[in-house]
Design a protein around this ligand. Structure first.
Ligand code: HEC
Length: 322
């Protein structure tokens, strides 16, 4: 295949009333397709909080899992609170599903709703694909109604021993982070663009370098030991993996009501491979994605907007080299 349109956007919905968000009946994730029309989910008229969500890349996420909590907390704590515009990432703690009672700083998903790749996979398996596992044994409903009568595999959980989950979690842990476009990155424009990116404050949230925890560190409540391949590595994700309010909040709560209108800083590694931007995939050029930032990023966006156009071009060249 040389072309096609395979971008998948999922839909999330719910209600916001008297200061409280409630999920759409059956959960905020809307199953737009189903094996039987009778259980296809549709948004009810009174569910006014709605958004599209793009699927983020999974490449290199083993390195992200191997970042110590304290490293992420320190990055957020160093963000400036000065009058030009306060920037302060919110690090939120979430359950490690495979280690009951243990929490780590969330780093996966648009709302940082997961912190381990096994939990993240189990969550996606049941919610995005409808496959139950011992970690997530309960089938979703259809708009709140039981789907049992339509289930071709009524014996739960579908993946009886987490076997599939563990295999593709290992696969994700073995993927490399997306490499730079070396030729473009070496150009004077891209190099100048990287300097401007730092100077105007993009790098405050889009953290250029993070060091992973040492090999041998035991994480996720004992369920994951950092390997030599993932440990003590300097990675270049261009993200602080924290929640920020940049004026794009979609209003959906996944765990943290206080992060309702926040979105996790998108990692910019591999940006050049994407064609639709921001959490809702609604922005079609990188320049427009940058201009769309408001809220905590307003002052930085203002500086970008008023750069001489050749300097803005250099920032864009740098971004396209990532
Ligand atoms: C206050 C933190 C913050 C600052 C400052 C910031 N960003 Fe972002 N950036 C974010 C967040 C959060 C998102 C995700 C927003 C969304 O999807 O709704 C994002 C998304 C992006 C995206 C879209 C990536 C994708 O794959 O969809 C690009 C490109 C980007 N930022 C570039 C920049 C540039 C360039 C600057 C400086 C002019 C900048 N950002 C400043 C937090 C920030």
């Amino acid at each position: 295949m040389v072309g096609g349109n395979s971008q998948v956007l999922e839909v999330r919905a719910g209600r916001f009333s008297r200061g409280v968000f409630t999920d759409h009946p059956g959960g905020s994730l809307i199953h737009s397709r189903a094996i039987d029309a009778a259980i296809q989910e549709r948004i009810a008229d009174d569910q006014f909080v709605r958004t599209f969500r793009a699927s983020p890349s999974l490449l290199g996420l083993g390195f992200v899992e191997a970042i110590a909590d304290q490293t992420l907390i320190n990055i957020a704590n160093l963000q400036p609170l000065q009058s030009g515009g306060a920037i302060r990432g919110q690090a939120i703690s979430v359950d490690i599903v495979e280690s009951p009672g243990v929490q780590r700083v969330g780093r996966f998903g648009w709302k940082n709703q997961q912190a381990s790749l096994l939990s993240f996979s189990g969550d996606a398996y049941v919610n995005e694909m409808g496959i139950t596992t011992p970690l997530f044994p309960v089938e979703n409903t259809s708009n709140g109604n039981s789907i049992v009568a339509y289930d071709p595999l009524p014996i739960e959980p579908d993946d009886g021993d987490n076997g599939d989950l563990e295999l593709f979690t290992d696969f994700m842990r073995a993927t490399k982070a997306p490499p730079r476009d070396a030729a473009l990155a070496a150009t004077p424009d891209a190099q100048a663009g990287a300097v401007i990116f730092n100077q105007i404050g993009c790098a405050i949230c889009h953290t250029p370098s993070i060091t992973t925890a040492p090999a041998g560190t035991v994480l996720n409540g004992g369920a994951f030991t950092v390997s030599a391949a993932l440990g003590d590595k300097i990675i270049h994700p261009y993200s602080d993996f924290a929640m920020h309010e940049v004026g794009t909040g979609d209003g959906i709560v996944q765990g943290f009501p206080s992060a309702r209108n926040k979105v996790r800083t998108s990692p910019l590694w591999g940006l050049r491979t994407r064609g639709r931007f921001m959490h809702d995939g609604a922005t079609l050029t990188i320049n427009e994605a940058v201009l769309r930032h408001g809220g905590e990023a307003s002052f930085v966006t203002f500086l970008y907007r008023f750069l001489p156009s050749h300097d803005r071009g250099k920032v864009l060249t740098f971004l396209k080299s990532l």
